[in-house]
Ligand binder design. Structure first.
Ligand code: UGA
Length: 429
């Protein structure tokens, strides 16, 4: 099929590339000329495992191309995906101006029947607005369908999630676009669910909010574990073996961050408020998430007492493993709090150091994981990178004035750490 994806962020670029990988002909559009130039020359603006190779392969095969012209993308394709940002506004609601602008531009370039698919995360009823806008701005009277097709990929695992999705959600107003949408996804061999547009839009916000709720739930349980001397990982294992609950997303730690959960939770609360429902449950999810970070910072300051003139080594800056993304990263939040208390920081992240510099200019960036501990009063794990498990603990201990370790992501085994002579504090254990 001939597909156009407007927006080459995480969702747009990975979707476009994976669509090309399964044999579709894909045009990716972005209004940022520099980004288009970079992509055309084989460069990738984000770090995402496996993506670079796939982009190169599909560009070489002639199935994937890049342009800054929406008109060209609309002209040459039957199905146009919108994957532009929907950033949060100060009151928690979603800024839909990029979606609206793209809808107008698509409308202006349409000369025959097109299927316009929203892939960006949007509030319920956005599809209706997009349809109205396209109708209003179409130069001639052309037929079109608007479809909601939310994306569920996780950063860091985006290619894997795209190629093997748990489900594909297609929200439509009538039957006409269903066959074409199913054809887009046939190669992925995933369960497809066809719903009305409002339901599809709600599925996305309801899913992300539920996952955030699951994380806050286990974080609340971790508080009880600490008070009672239980172990949150054992509790999570015991709960998770119940198939109705499941073990995934039950990792206690510094709480959730990133460009999706915090934003989508606020948006969902706001959406509910606007239709007259107080989604208090989700407000509590936010409160627990914030409190989890407060508790961890307190744990550090209770142990080290005065943070002024203390040197702390921080492992991890990305909002989670396998990504260079630092937007709304709990690790960055933690660093800023420690800096505010007067500590000096030596920091390391396998992929996110370049992106972190803008947010954290006044810290020492250390390229070698095993050199971070030098001269430090404590080490802190802030992101769940697998790489950190290979830390040379003996060398770290010898390089520090005191062997104090705060593990905000429960990467290490408490008994083993204590055996090795560390004063070791983690979350819920
Ligand atoms: C999330 C969803 O998982 C995707 O399904 C969705 O498509 C995406 O948002 C989106 O809306 O675009 P993502 O933000 O990439 O994906 O990252 P997650 O893997 O969900 O992690 C989010 C945060 O939760 C991270 O800060 C992570 O450290 C934290 N987390 C995750 C925990 O604290 N505990 C867990 O058990 C799992």
């Amino acid at each position: 099929m001939k597909l156009t994806i407007i927006g080459t962020g995480y969702v747009g670029l990975v979707s476009g590339t994976c669509f090309a990988e399964v044999g579709h002909h894909v045009i990716c559009v972005d209004n940022n000329e520099a980004k288009v130039k970079l992509l055309r020359s084989g460069g990738i603006p984000i770090y995402e495992p496996g993506l670079e190779e796939l982009v190169k392969k599909n560009v070489a095969a002639g199935r994937l191309s890049f342009t800054s012209s929406i008109a060209e993308g609309v002209e040459k394709s039957d199905v146009i995906f919108i994957a532009v940002p929907t950033p949060p506004q100060d009151d928690g609601s979603v800024d839909l101006s990029f979606i609206e602008k793209v809808a107008r531009e698509i409308a202006g370039a349409m000369h025959g029947y097109k299927i316009i698919v929203d892939k960006s995360t949007v509030p319920v009823k956005t599809g209706e607005k997009v349809a109205e806008t396209i109708k209003r701005y179409c130069k001639s009277k052309v037929d079109f369908d608007v479809v909601s097709n939310p994306e569920f990929l996780r950063e860091g695992f985006a290619v894997e999630d795209l190629m093997k999705p748990d489900r594909v959600v297609i929200g439509v107003r009538g039957p006409r676009p269903v066959a074409a949408m199913k054809e887009v996804y046939v190669p992925f061999q995933a369960p497809v669910i066809v719903t009305d547009i409002n339901s599809a839009e709600l599925i996305k916000h309801a899913s992300n909010s539920f996952l955030a709720l699951k994380i806050s739930y286990i974080n609340a349980v971790s508080v009880l574990c600490e008070i009672t001397g239980a172990n949150v990982q054992e509790v999570a294992m015991g709960m998770g073996l119940d198939e109705r609950i499941g073990r995934r997303f039950l990792n206690a730690g510094l709480g959730f961050g990133g460009s999706c959960f915090p934003k989508d939770l606020s948006a969902f609360i706001k959406i509910a408020e606007e239709v007259g429902y107080d989604f208090g449950l989700l407000k509590e999810v936010q409160r627990i998430n914030a409190a989890q970070m407060d508790r961890f910072v307190k744990k550090i300051s209770d142990t080290l007492w005065v943070l002024k003139e203390k040197k702390i080594g921080v492992l991890g800056l990305a909002f989670k493993q396998n990504t260079d993304d630092v937007r709304m990263s709990p690790a960055i939040d933690l660093c800023r709090r420690l800096l505010r208390e007067g500590a000096t920081l030596r920091v390391h992240d396998p992929k996110a150091m370049d992106k972190a510099r803008e947010w954290l200019p006044d810290v020492e960036y250390v390229a070698d994981l095993n050199a971070v501990a030098e001269g430090c009063d404590a080490l802190v794990v802030a992101t769940e990178w697998e790489e950190f498990k290979a830390l040379d603990l003996k060398r770290a201990r010898e390089a520090m004035s005191h062997p104090i370790f705060f593990d905000g992501r429960n990467l290490f085994d408490p008994a083993e750490m204590e055996k090795q002579g560390w004063i070791y504090k983690s979350v819920g254990r």
